[in-house]
Design a protein around this ligand. Structure first.
Ligand code: G3P
Length: 210
């Protein structure tokens, strides 16, 4: 329906706002030339510090949470069935993550989608977000690799969905499909990190090199 298309477009436009890139510009640098070259909050923290990186994380999460939440509210106001409301929220959230990863502001090259995914999940699947967060913290504090923690968190999100939410019903299957798709996208976007992890050259949190 038209509402789903509008949700997708709104999600994409919101997600494509490259806050990390803009934060770099504010500081007079092109973040893509520094650290890992990524526009995400991790690299902004690495290059410019927490004072700028944490706001970038929050904004990147908000740009996922807001469209997913708005789409649900908006479609609900039109008196749609629950499945349509949920579908609109999922589509808006997925579009926001894709917007971050393939932003038209930067010729369709963007970030890795971790913060934006966290925001979307907070809005539409908070339990899955919690499962992912626990896995993230576990891997982060044991290895200090943000990238590894992020990829494993993707697995944690899907595992949580499959065990807690995926018992029955069509809606849960849509949500699980969304989780698997996002996990795959996040992992694919981390290919350069995977190479560095295998080569032993990935930077650990608290150190300066990329
Ligand atoms: O969210 C991205 C993070 O998992 C890795 O970022 O800059 O180390 O490639 P980065």
């Amino acid at each position: 329906t038209a509402a789903i298309l509008v949700s997708a477009l709104g999600g994409y436009l919101s997600g494509s706002l490259p806050f990390g890139y803009w934060a770099g510009k504010l500081k007079g640098i092109d973040i893509r030339q520094h650290g890992s070259g990524n526009i995400g909050a991790t690299n902004v923290i690495r290059v410019l510090g927490k004072g700028i990186g944490i706001p970038v994380f929050i904004l990147d999460a908000l740009k996922g949470w807001l469209p997913a939440w708005l789409a649900g509210v908006w479609v609900a106001q039109q008196g749609a069935a629950q499945e349509i409301i949920s579908a609109a929220a999922v589509v808006a959230g997925l579009a926001a993550v894709l917007g971050h990863m393939f932003t038209f502001w930067l010729s369709f090259k963007g970030g890795k989608g971790v913060a934006t995914t966290a925001g979307v999940l907070l809005g539409i699947a908070p339990l899955a977000m919690l499962g992912g967060l626990i896995v993230w913290l576990l891997f982060f504090f044991t290895t200090r690799y943000v990238s590894l923690a992020s990829m494993m968190a993707g697995v944690g999100v899907v595992a949580t969905m499959a065990t807690v939410m995926g018992r029955n019903g069509q809606w849960d299957l849509v949500m699980l499909g969304f989780g698997i798709l996002i996990m795959g996208l996040v992992i694919v976007r981390h290919r350069s990190n995977i190479s560095r992890l295998l080569a032993g050259t990935e930077s650990k949190a608290g150190r300066k090199k990329a």
